[in-house]
Write a protein that binds this ligand. Structure first.
Ligand code: PGA
Length: 250
């Protein structure tokens, strides 16, 4: 059995003080939960304060992006070891908003995964098709390309902790969730492609999260699917009650 992971992606919301306030209200709501992993990914400036506030809880800390170099003249970038030093265990890589607005490419995603893994971070690699690609029947080829290129040159031993998030772009922040059936079909495809590329051991352990308008009301139906191992949650992770409601799916 794969251990579920419920991850919150706070995007460009919350100052350090607002983030700490969330943690103080959220942590008691999920105290004692031991059968699933929880992660929150605040914006960079809030990481250190959130790490301190999470001490003594089982909630893991993640970053929303990472750069591939260890240090150097790269204005505005943040290195994997800086994230580790801030207490991060995870790094989201290749989110569709980074692909769409900031020119993130599969090749860049691949370099970021390599450097995150080398620094001991768990990469949460995001993939997903746009609405136009789905309507053109291109969902599987698009996912295939993102997976093959994003994991190029990596070997199974580097990816034992890898998490993939399937986030159909048309479902992100739109209130339009993929049906459990649509999500399951994509997750199964992703797992089978990883199996073809890396052999059967890795996909057995690989956690594939669904992302795109996940709410307390739809999480249980999604989690009932065989290949859905958790969720990457945007909007509904910003309020302690709604995120706790998702974490506590039945
Ligand atoms: P959403 O965002 O839950 O607000 O749709 C998900 C994501 O972008 O990770």
């Amino acid at each position: 059995m794969r251990r579920p992971l419920i991850a919150g992606n706070w995007k460009m919301y919350k100052t350090p003080a607002e983030a700490v306030d969330f943690v103080q209200r959220f942590a008691p709501l999920v105290a004692g939960i031991a059968d699933r992993d929880i992660m929150i990914a605040p914006a960079f400036p809030a990481l250190a304060a959130v790490a301190a506030a999470l001490k003594g809880t089982s909630v893991g800390l993640g970053a929303q992006d990472v750069f591939w170099e260890a240090e150097g003249a790269f204005t505005g970038q943040v290195a994997p070891r800086m994230l580790v030093a801030c207490g991060c265990r995870y790094a989201i890589i290749g989110h569709s908003e980074r692909r769409q607005y900031f020119g993130e490419t599969d090749a860049g995603v691949c370099r970021k995964i390599q450097s995150a893994v080398a620094a001991g971070l768990i990469p949460v690699m995001c993939v997903g098709e746009t609405e136009a690609e789905r309507e053109a029947g291109q969902t599987f080829p698009v996912l295939d390309k993102q997976i093959q290129n994003g994991l190029e040159g990596l070997i199974a031993d580097q990816l034992t902790a890898l998490v993939i998030a399937y986030e159909p772009v048309w479902a992100i922040g739109t209130g339009k969730t993929a049906t459990a059936g649509q999500a399951q079909e994509a997750h199964q495809f992703i797992r089978s492609r990883v199996a073809e590329r890396f052999g059967p051991a890795l996909p057995g352990a690989l956690r594939i999260l669904y992302g795109g308008s996940v709410k307390p009301e739809n999480i249980s139906e999604l989690m009932a699917m065989a290949d859905i191992d958790g969720a990457l949650v945007g909007g509904a992770s910003l309020k302690p009650d709604s995120f706790a409601g998702i974490v506590k799916f039945k």
